[in-house]
Design a protein around this ligand. Sequence first.
Ligand code: ADP
Ligand code: TRP
Length: 341
Amino acid sequence: MVENKNLRNTGFLGILEHMAEDKKRLLTGIQSSGQLHIGNYLGALKPFVESYDKYESTLMVADYHALTSLRNPDQLRENIVDVVADYIAVGVNPTVATIFKQSDILEHTELAWIFECLVTVPFLSQAHAYKDKVSKGLDANAGLFNYPMLMAADILLYDTDVVPVGEDQRQHIEYAREAAAKFNLAYGETFKEPKEMILKDVGTVPGVDGKKMSKSYNNTIPLFGTDEAIRTAVMSIKTDSTAVGAPLNPETDITFQLHAHFTPNLAEIQKRYMDGTIGYKESKELLANNIIATISPMRERRAALSREAVIQILKDGAEVARAKASAKMKLVREKVGVALY
Ligand code: ADP
Ligand code: TRP
């Protein structure tokens, strides 16, 4: 056996195998946020697409987390399919990343329970998501309260090394580390403590009114909209009343800030702004063309993806995830003392 292993490890296949073994594990969870806009794309999806294949990557649809705020089953079903289709459309290859949904792997809620028995109520009441809701005078459900322990289970079940998330989720990764540490202390070394990977800040992408682009502000440029919807949104970007032929300030202009993400010859446009050889209308038309050029291949991929194909991807992903999760939970059950036979 030992000889075989050595032999294998000296050959090309061995090297490949080593590379696969050496890859760190990355996992992230996503809740559907409805119709995506280009702010979501630049701030969340694009950075993920650019880094996921350097890791052994897993993308999990957090459908049980979604239940903390959504009580519409049709909507939930639709959101699950949509979010998978969105990620595939922007470039995630489902044969490279494992894509599955949380509710398919029962071990997540099972492990969450065990973690809940290890942390205290005051600890969980410090979580931002919960605190924010309570501070707004809203009634938080117990699911929202326990949310960080379900998230800890999502991460720890797979011996995850890195968790790419937005800044708003940093604290939840600390909670996952805490759950791992508490468990390891009580029952012996079992879980790896994960690190957050805060996605490179693209800054805040402005909406057509200059505020942060957000679905709540009605100021978005849709990611998968028709050419016409994109042109209409871009043409509605707020401008000042500088006369045509006068220089424009690229630093304050919303259109220019968006050019920075979509326009290859940015320096040339900047020069034309300062020389006064481009007006807002032309600048917006160029921007709309560049946005459309970037996203039309994604839109086509999304349109070509059937519901059935997405469901098959989720089923295949669940098989891979289940094998890992059930092996880990077997160990956990033994450690905590519930496994008798
Ligand atoms: P919305 O503000 O439209 O509700 P979400 O809060 O659902 O968007 O955002 C999901 C992710 O998309 C965020 O974690 C963030 O990384 C990214 N994002 C959203 N809006 C922007 C923006 N205007 N600029 C940069 N990133 C953004
Ligand atoms: N709570 C995360 C969010 O709202 C989603 C999430 C659930 C997640 N489980 C996760 C993120 C595990 C990273 C890892 O964005």
